[in-house]
Design a binder for this molecule. Structure first.
Ligand SMILES: Cc1cc2nc3c(=O)[nH]c(=O)nc-3n(C[C@H](O)[C@H](O)[C@H](O)COP(=O)(O)OP(=O)(O)OC[C@H]3O[C@@H](n4cnc5c(N)ncnc54)[C@H](O)[C@@H]3O)c2cc1C
Length: 581
């Protein structure tokens, strides 16, 4: 059941305590509680808002921004959003359902010790779990006529999360015109963004239930709602923030967690005990914060805050990779947009398509810059040497494997007079950190995203902006447009190469904000590369503390994150179950 009274969990012992009832937390809780002899407690800081239309009505996407339904984490690159409600970010996100390239998932195994390769952190090993989460509805003939398409083998059919094209999807000329311009620019038009080959233009489905008025399908509605009245072995406590993990003081190596503390800013503190494991699933900002508050992190930094070291693990909160979004738009002549959305077409160009004749120069620049980039970002990683090894894998994906480096989401405004794009560089080399600066668990940690610390990241954002401007000017899309309105030619004058680097840089710097895709702050990597968790998602030097959420992803993927995080959580649940035997 979902409860609000902390006394119901206080001083009780559960087999598993899951910290955070977000996307990953509820997924794991559901799978572990399938066994009725196993007891599970989920502690979620937000409330249960499943009945709030701002949560369930996908057409109201954005109405939670800036409200108490979201964390608004300040960073040195703007506010990072995250769901602060049951279901976490899956309850407030844009619901776009896509996956990265096969090779990007395969790279996760390369970042682990060779002995861990058999655990299956690769495309083949994760696809079945991503599909396990999913129940896909094929588009109707009407939706297909509007551009929706799919490849059946990319999708699951019996999972909890409903994935479909919205009933009211756009059907005007705008999206197909955008797709044809992308084809002119050299991108293939692929039927499905979920098959590990996203270097294309395509129409993604969304995590929504088309048989329920297109209502959002979140981890809360998918994994909790169907079983909450029957699974008496699963308690979800909302409105309580985890303040720290408690360890058995007599264990030294590996450290054994015995329970957690939780409470509210003005209320009492409580303790619940874990018989088996503590599973941290508080997201890429919340999870490193909890570990650090518990004494797992850089011992020197923690001791300066009066926090005793449990595990001196310097990379907790490091390796942060967030992306940067800019919004572009064009005025249009009147046309019927043919629906209400959301149903955006997305283009994922690779380095050759985005940089065109400049691609080879950019590749040389990457190859010759890796050591200097690694040295400059070393403070946000384990070391320059470790980061250089990670960068080598990352750059290989970009240069040799055609991993898309930018997302260009084509947006339709319902008023029918505007088209636009959201653009973001997908695979930043800039690295950041999440670090608590006080021992008060209700203080926000210091977050440095360090956007554009590496010049390639800015070059990619500029190239995506030029690419969009060029697309607005190319037929047939140009036949709808009466001129770019954002940024427009006053702020960024046009030129044969679609705007100068100086003008684009200044506009991007003034307008870029975080995408809300933070990852890697508790990265699953070998210790020598600066990992925080091993291939079992266990925090190094602990016996029974795992991290299961987006923070374990070691490097960015060319995709939206939710399908992948569901796959991580489904796979983690099996790893945890296997450890029970
Ligand atoms: C605005 C927005 C738009 C997005 N759009 C898309 C999209 O269109 N498609 C897509 O695939 N992905 C999208 N994403 C990304 C995707 O939703 C996230 O990557 C994913 O939900 C991360 O899952 P998680 O389990 O790591 O964290 P979350 O789902 O964020 O869950 C973390 C949970 O932990 C809770 N928590 C944190 N600290 C504590 C604490 N101390 N005690 C108790 N609870 C705590 C939080 O309240 C939250 O419920 C978007 C994200 C956002 C924020």
């Amino acid at each position: 059941a979902v409860v609000t009274n902390p006394v119901l969990a206080s001083n009780r012992t559960f087999d598993y305590i899951i910290l955070g009832g977000g996307l990953a937390g509820l997924t794991v809780a559901n799978r572990l509680s399938e066994n009725c002899t196993i007891s599970v407690l989920v502690i979620e800081a937000g409330q249960d808002n499943r009945d709030d239309p701002r949560i369930y009505d996908i057409y109201q996407y954005g109405s939670t921004h800036g409200t108490s339904l979201e964390w608004s984490y300040p960073s040195n690159g703007g506010v990072i959003r995250g769901g602060r409600t049951l279901g976490g970010s899956s309850s407030v996100n844009g619901a776009i359902w896509t996956r990265g390239t096969k090779q990007q998932y395969d790279a996760w195994s390369q970042l682990l010790d060779p002995i861990d390769a058999s655990v299956g952190w690769n495309w083949d090993g994760l696809l079945s779990y991503m599909k396990k989460a999913e129940s896909f509805s094929a588009p109707t003939s009407q939706q297909r006529a509007k551009g929706a398409d799919y490849v059946a083998s990319c999708h699951g059919s019996r999972g909890p999360v409903n994935v479909a094209f919205p009933n009211l999807m756009y059907g005007g000329p705008q999206q197909s015109y955008f797709a044809s311009v992308m084809v002119k620019f050299g991108l293939a038009k692929n039927p499905d963004l979920n098959g590990g080959t996203p270097n294309c233009v395509s129409f993604p489905p969304l995590s929504l239930n088309k048989n329920d008025g297109d209502h959002r399908s979140s981890s809360a509605t998918a994994y909790l709602s169907p079983v909450e009245s029957t699974r008496t072995n699963w308690m979800t406590l909302v409105g309580q923030q985890v303040t720290k993990i408690i360890f058995n003081p007599s264990t030294v190596h590996p450290r054994v967690a015995t329970g957690v503390q939780f409470g509210t800013l003005s209320g009492a503190r409580y303790t619940a005990f874990a018989r088996r494991e503590v599973i941290v699933a508080a997201g890429s900002i919340g999870s490193p914060k909890i570990l650090q508050l518990s004494g797992i992190g850089d011992a020197t930094a923690l001791s300066s805050l009066g926090i005793a070291s449990i595990v001196d693990l310097k990379t907790v909160g490091k390796n942060l990779q967030e992306q940067t979004i800019n919004i572009m738009a064009a005025n249009t002549t009147y046309f019927d947009v043919g629906g209400r959305g959301p149903s955006d077409a997305i283009a994922y160009p690779n380095i050759y398509q985005l940089f065109g004749t400049q691609a080879n120069a950019m590749i040389s620049h990457i190859q010759s810059s890796l050591p200097a980039w690694a040295a400059s970002q070393a403070g946000s990683a384990l070391s320059a040497g470790a980061l250089r090894n990670i960068y080598t894998i990352q750059s290989n994906l970009i240069i040799a494997q055609n991993a898309p480096i930018a997302e260009v989401t084509f947006k339709t405004k319902n008023s029918g007079d505007k088209i636009g794009t959201n653009i973001w560089q997908l695979l930043p080399f800039s690295r950041g950190t999440v670090q608590i600066s006080s021992s008060n668990p209700f203080d926000i940690p210091e977050i440095k995203v360090n956007f554009f610390a590496i010049d390639f990241d800015m070059a990619t954002q500029i190239a995506a902006a030029r690419f969009t401007r060029h697309a607005f000017q190319t037929a047939p899309l140009s036949t709808l447009s009466t001129g770019e309105s954002l940024p427009g030619f006053t702020l960024v004058p046009d030129s044969p190469d679609h705007g100068s680097t100086a003008n684009w840089t200044s506009w991007i710097m003034n307008n870029a904000r975080p995408v809300a895709h933070p990852i890697a702050t508790c990265a699953m990597m070998s210790r020598s590369l600066g990992g925080v968790v091993d291939a079992q998602l266990r925090v190094y030097d602990t016996k029974n503390v795992r991290v299961v959420d987006a923070s374990i992803m070691p490097i960015q993927i060319s995709a939206h994150l939710s399908s992948t995080v569901y796959g991580i959580a489904e796979k983690a649940a099996d790893l945890i179950k296997n450890a029970q035997n």
